[in-house]
Ligand binder design. Structure first.
Ligand code: PEP
Length: 251
């Protein structure tokens, strides 16, 4: 999978069904000609994936992912989505362990590990999200929480030395709150993540993209992207409006 950096990723959460996804992409693509110096990644709701895949058919600089999968390949799991189905519909990447999965739906480290392993087995790339709660930061535990989430999430993958993975540092207190980490805080945590990735993935860990996420807007995207060790951005709210997402994608 070839991804150019920076990687600008849009997490649409539970927004944009097929009709609005189509309209969004028409407006976005009209104003965003092919860029070879970056990769744009969309995580629409799974139901909009085939619409999105049709819209970006001739664009190698734009890729798709899903926001969640189940770790089983198929069967009696009502409401769930397998990695194979996501791949079939055009996804190349899978978000795993997003803070809303962890804190709204109670997803555990064990489940993130099963999901990352399933994504690897299915030939897609996991984008593992890690990040501390405010009280964990205030108690001085941010780094240990993030390192633990990383180790746990990747613990059942068997090809870390040879396969692509992506990581997003998303401090929970910054997601959807309007509070962003300072570029210095982001760099400091990304450096901790980089060190751990080198331990987990060997040489490949040195080049694993690490994205920052948490209240990124068109106003702060450039500064955060310019911070050392920040290889891209994962954006929720500001990716829902074609105009503000254009500005972030061009940052
Ligand atoms: C996210 O959903 O991953 C996210 C970072 O959201 P927001 O940009 O709205 O904080």
């Amino acid at each position: 999978m070839t991804m150019n950096r920076p990687i600008l990723a849009a997490n649409w959460k539970m927004n944009n069904g097929p009709t609005s996804a189509r309209e969004f992409m028409k407006s976005f693509l009209d104003q965003y000609p092919r860029q070879n110096d970056r990769t744009v990644l969309f995580f629409p709701p799974a139901i909009s994936l085939t619409t999105m895949a049709a819209a970006i058919a001739d664009r190698r600089d734009i890729m798709l992912g899903v926001q969640n999968v189940y770790w089983k390949d198929q069967g009696a799991f009502t409401g769930e989505l397998s990695v194979g189905m996501a791949r079939d519909a055009g996804a190349r990447v899978v978000l795993v362990g997003h803070s809303e999965r962890r804190h709204v739906f109670g997803e555990t480290d064990e489940e993130t590990a099963l999901k990352c392993a399933a994504v690897e087995r299915g030939g897609l790339t996991p984008l593992l999200c890690v990040g501390e709660l405010l009280d964990q930061r205030e108690a001085g535990n941010a780094e240990s929480v993030v390192v633990q989430q990383l180790r746990a999430g990747f613990s059942q993958m068997t090809q870390l030395a040879t396969r692509d993975v992506l990581v997003a540092y998303e401090p929970v207190w910054a997601i959807g709150t309007g509070k962003t980490a300072t570029p210095e805080d982001a760099t400091a945590m990304h450096s901790v993540i980089r060190k751990e990735l080198s331990a987990l993935c060997g040489d490949r860990g040195r080049i694993t993209p690490i994205l920052y996420g948490g209240s990124v807007t068109s106003a702060n995207a450039q500064t955060l992207l310019g911070a050392p060790q920040v290889d891209g951005l994962l954006v929720g709210g500001a990716s829902l409006d074609a105009g503000s997402w254009l500005a972030v994608a061009r940052a």
